[in-house]
Each structure stands twice: as structure tokens, then as C-alpha cells.
Design a protein around this ligand. Structure first.
Ligand SMILES: *Cc1c(COP(=O)(O)O)cnc(C)c1O
Length: 375
């Protein structure tokens, strides 16, 4: 493979081996490319609902102060978040999105002498963070397609890759891009089985969507498992993807290490203000989650009618099995102004990941897919 970039020879091996994250296409780009208007984006698992007025107001107020640096310790946000989660503020590490926290974990605990474990179909940022740290990536095979959690995490396979060199294990629950989940019992057994030098990074980006009445809260397990780090975000159910605020909850010891290398002002002042206001809007979050449940069922049945089967999902997206013409289907949808996410880069060329949008957006998607089927 020839590398046309003359500076590549100067870069670290870790960086030379990286291919960058491919974000979902912004609607404006699609509109420029194909000369269409009213494109809808169902590609990045954002919350499509309009934000509560209180959150908009908080951002507008914060705008007035952007000549000043933000509060580097995010004092008020940490305090409110700690109260909301019933933990101590010292257990929190705030990030510029939870992506930032995932990278901090890799930078803190991984070196070229160490290894990290993740699933073959899990969130690509794990791979990027591990590779950037120059550490060994151990990729566990996922469940087979006929498993009750098809293509989901196989915790036994992950456990088999853990040894003295292993420092981090990444688990997304529910997982992106599959939407699948692991049971509380299986997760606890897995964490209990690990040696103390292995830190479990439990990525719960879709926690609010996954919640059902009898589900456990992994934050309650922290006292029992000091090597557990729970990572969550304001990007999904809280609707603040564009502002970049995420966090981890861990033992105070782990948080203290992460905070040593965190950039001093990694969460900007508008993001802090919006997250503080959003925490007060739990009814809005619940209503949004309830609307997602109704719509995800409707989209799933609509796809089923078209002969497209989706994996089980406890998140705000579906992984749809489109078969050999998934790429063609993706292209057709783009021409109809509907942006979904191809997942060939995840090793899933026959699937498309479809985020649940507003009712009208989901109807656009179903109509466009029906058009593809009849084309
Ligand atoms: C969306 C997502 C995140 C959140 O990323 P942010 O940086 O907080 O926006 C983290 N993990 C998974 C599995 C995700 O799907």
C-alpha cells in the first residue's frame, strides 16, 4: 500500500495504522451533492424532538459569556449530575462527548505493552482509541446471526481474550450498531470473573432508551466492582449531540486519574449550561423515550412488511438486514433525500443502520424503501 502523505513517515505507527471515523452525512451535504431539498437524516442516532424552551434559554444566556473560559471543573454540572445519579461528584469525569472520555480511558490505561478487548461489531471509537494508544486490540467474535441477541456481544468470547496484558474491556449496552444488549446477570457474572487489573468500560450511551421497569442500574454496582466505569452521554436521549457532553461514573480513584489528563476546558460553557438545564427536564426525556418506543415498533413492522428483518433493539435505531443490495438501497435512499447509515465499515455489508426520527421522517423512510422495493 503506498501512502501519498509525505508526513506519514514522521507520524507514530499507531497513527499510520488508523483510518478516520466516518460520520453520518449531514443533510446539507446531501442537498449540495444531489440538488435536493428537505433531506432527512436518520444516520447518527440523535433525538429528533425539539428541545425544551428552558434548555434553549440556558444556551442563549450562556452565549453572552463566551468571551470567558468555561468553568474548568464544571462545578455546577458535576454537582447536579452527581445528585441526579446519586453518586459523589468525585466519581464523575466529564468529557467533550463521551467519545472524549473513552479516549481518556485509553490514554490513561493503555500502552504498546497492553491490550484491550472489544467486540467485532461494537462502536468504532473503541478501535480508534485503542489504536491511537498503540495498544494491542483483541477483537472478540460476536454472537452468530441465529442467536437470540444476533451479532451481539459474546461475553464468554470476550472473557477468553483477557490475560495479564489486558487493561480495558469495552462493552456497549445496548450496542451500536446492532442495538442488542446483554442481560444484567450475564454482565455481573462477566465482571465478577475478571482479575482486578482489568477495567470494564460499560458504555451506556442509550441507557435512557434501554430502561425498563425491572432493569438494573449499573451505577449501583460500582461499590461492588471498583474496576467498573459506566460511560453515558447527553448526545442521545437528552438531545444535545451538537454540544458534545458526556461523562463517566467510576470509583473516585479512576476518576482522579482521568481528570489529570483531561483538557482543562474540555466541556464548553454553552454545553455545561444546556446539560444543567436538560437534567431538570426529565419529563421531556421520558416523553421522548416513550415516543421513540412507539415509532421504533412502527418502523420495525413497516420494514417487516417490506420483507426487511431488523435485529432486536433497546436503543433509538434499528439494524436492518437489507441483504446483498444494501449498498444499492442506501444509494436509492440518498437520492430520495433519506440518509441512513451503511455499516460495511463495521463488517456488516448487508445491513443498514436506521435511526428513529420523528413520525413524519419515519414515514418518509418507509415510503422511500417501498419505492426501492418496487423499483
Ligand atoms: C453515540 C454513542 C456514543 C456517544 O458519543 P458522544 O461522544 O457522547 O456523542 C458513545 N457510545 C456509543 C456506543 C454510541 O453509540
Amino acid at each position: 500500500m503506498t501512502n501519498p502523505n509525505p508526513y506519514a513517515a514522521l507520524a507514530t505507527d499507531a497513527v499510520c495504522g488508523l483510518s478516520p471515523y466516518e460520520p453520518g452525512m449531514p443533510p446539507a451535504e446531501l442537498e449540495r451533492r444531489y440538488g435536493i431539498s428537505n433531506a432527512v437524516k436518520l444516520a447518527s442516532n440523535e433525538n429528533p424532538d425539539p428541545l425544551p424552551a428552558s434548555v434553549i434559554k440556558a444556551m442563549q444566556t450562556a452565549v453572552e459569556d463566551v468571551t470567558r473560559y468555561p468553568d474548568g471543573g464544571s462545578f455546577v454540572l458535576r454537582d447536579r449530575l452527581a445528585a441526579h445519579l446519586a453518586v459523589e461528584p468525585e466519581q464523575l469525569t466529564l468529557g467533550n462527548g463521551s467519545n472524549d472520555v473513552l479516549v481518556l480511558l485509553a490514554e490513561t490505561f493503555l500502552t504498546p505493552q497492553h491490550a484491550a478487548v472489544y467486540d467485532e461489531y461494537s462502536f468504532v471509537v473503541y478501535r480508534l482509541a485503542v489504536q491511537a494508544a498503540g495498544a494491542e486490540a483483541r477483537v472478540a467474535p460476536a454472537n452468530p446471526a441465529d442467536h437470540p441477541q444476533p451479532l451481539g456481544h459474546d461475553l464468554d468470547a470476550m472473557r477468553a481474550l483477557v490475560d495479564e496484558k489486558t487493561r480495558l474491556v469495552f462493552i456497549a449496552n445496548p450496542n451500536n450498531p446492532t442495538g442488542t444488549w446483554v442481560t444484567d446477570e450475564a454482565l455481573r457474572d462477566f465482571i465478577s470473573s475478571l482479575p482486578a487489573h482489568v477495567i470494564v468500560v460499560l458504555d451506556e450511551a442509550y441507557f435512557e432508551y434501554a430502561r425498563d421497569a425491572d432493569a438494573a442500574n449499573a451505577i449501583d454496582w460500582l461499590a461492588e466492582y471498583p474496576n467498573l466505569v459506566v460511560v453515558r452521554t447527553f448526545s442521545k436521549a437528552y438531545g444535545l449531540a451538537g454540544l458534545r457532553v458526556g461523562y463517566s461514573v467510576s470509583s473516585a480513584g479512576i476518576a482522579e486519574l482521568l481528570n489529570r489528563i483531561r483538557q482543562p476546558f474540555n466541556v464548553n460553557s454553552i454545553a455545561q449550561a444546556a446539560a444543567i438545564a436538560a437534567l431538570e427536564e426529565q419529563d421531556w426525556v421520558s416523553a421522548s423515550v416513550a415516543r421513540n418506543q412507539v415509532e421504533i415498533d412502527r418502523v420495525r413492522s413497516g420494514l417487516e412488511v417490506l420483507g426487511i428483518h431488523c435485529l432486536p433493539s433497546r436503543a433509538n435505531f434499528l439494524l436492518a438486514h437489507c441483504g446483498a443490495d444494501a449498498a444499492e438501497c442506501h444509494d436509492y435512499l440518498l437520492h430520495q433525500g433519506v440518509i441512513v447509515r451503511p455499516v460495511a465499515n463495521y463488517g456488516l455489508p448487508e445491513y443498514l443502520r436506521i435511526s428513529i426520527g420523528t413520525g413524519a421522517e419515519n414515514t418518509r423512510l418507509l415510503e422511500a424503501l417501498a419505492g426501492f422495493r418496487n423499483s
